[in-house]
Design a protein around this ligand. Structure first.
Ligand code: MG
Length: 168
């Protein structure tokens, strides 16, 4: 049985996952504006993944016979300084999302809501991967230390990322 509080937080998570998609599209737009099309591709694919996350919550709420509540999204920032700034801010955002998943898990655990605990486990693992992937790129950008040839090599690498819906 999903409590009112848990349902409220699950619905908020639909919003946060869609906001993530929105934020990463804004980051893709910034990357296009500085001619880093590979970086832009990376964020477009990331945005697709976030929509998939939102729909996982959407479908779960429905499966549990609860009412889905679609909410307005905030305007994401667009004041980025460079590629490193974009990735550092995306890591910050992922840490916030991880804290949200932990909050949901805390409530589900307190309420012994075993179905939701099981559902949330996928997201716990997913957040570890998300944070690791952003951290790895931040490390590369820091090591590049403004070297344009390394930046363009990384841009080519990121241009290869494609969206594959995760197998569950
Ligand atoms: Mg997500």
């Amino acid at each position: 049985m999903i409590s009112t509080q848990l349902l409220k937080e699950l619905n908020l998570q639909v919003k946060y996952e869609y906001y993530s998609a929105h934020l990463y599209l804004a980051m893709a737009a910034y990357c296009y504006s500085i001619d880093l099309d590979g970086f832009a591709n990376f964020f477009k694919v990331q945005s697709e993944e976030e929509r998939f996350h939102a729909m996982k919550f959407f479908n779960y709420i429905n499966e549990m016979d609860c009412t889905i509540d679609i909410q307005a999204l905030d305007t994401p920032p667009s004041d980025y300084v460079n590629a490193l700034d974009v990735f550092e801010r995306s890591l910050e955002h992922e840490k916030f999302v991880t804290s949200r998943i932990y909050l949901l898990m805390d409530i589900a655990t307190q309420e012994k809501e075993y179905a939701t605990i099981s559902f949330l486990k996928w997201f716990i693992d997913e957040q570890v991967e998300e944070e690791a992937s952003f951290k790895a790129i931040i490390q590369k950008l820091k090591r590049a230390n403004g070297d344009v040839s390394i930046l363009y090599a990384l841009d080519r690498e990121l241009s290869l990322r494609v969206f594959t819906p995760p197998v569950i």
